[in-house]
Design a protein. Structure first.
Length: 150
């Protein structure tokens, strides 16, 4: 699983002009899933996202997690995170899991993240043409890959 995380002061996702999910201060997660992902990938990513110290403490140092600041999380499925750009100019998405695999894993990721945070995690609409709006705070943008946990 891959997650592109952005610390935000606000973010929302809409489909056909209707907002399906919105948050205030917290993190926006763009989530990509491949065929070989499992519950172990979900557990690693939810733990990592919830414990990343990317929010400022009283001294202005990034030393607090989304859990510690009571921040919110918005999760949006994004198969394009597994695009291959090795040949030509048209991305290949062959590594991205098909919907029958990725939707249940995405739903499980959201459920586990909600449990860890102790609050609901709003989402986009899986497979829809979504419009994501955000105010990146910092900016802070991080790349997490459960297969490359360095």
């Amino acid at each position: 699983m891959r997650v592109l995380l952005q610390r935000v002061s606000e973010a929302s996702v809409s489909v056909d002009g209707v907002v399906s999910g919105a948050i205030g201060a917290g993190v926006l997660l763009l989530v990509g899933i491949e065929d070989t992902d499992s519950r172990a990938d979900i557990d690693w990513l939810t733990r990592k996202v919830s414990q990343l110290r990317i929010f400022e403490d009283e001294a202005g140092v990034m030393n607090r997690s989304v859990l510690e600041v009571g921040g919110e999380v918005l999760a949006v499925s994004q198969f394009t995170l597994f695009a291959s750009l090795k040949k030509g100019n048209r991305p290949s998405y062959s590594r991205a899991a098909r919907p029958e695999i990725s939707l249940p894993l995405f739903d499980e990721f959201v459920a586990v993240m909600s449990e860890v945070l102790g609050k609901p995690v709003p989402t986009g609409v899986f497979g829809a043409d979504m419009k994501v709006a955000l105010v990146n705070d910092g900016p802070v943008t991080l790349w997490l890959d459960s297969r490359d946990p360095s």
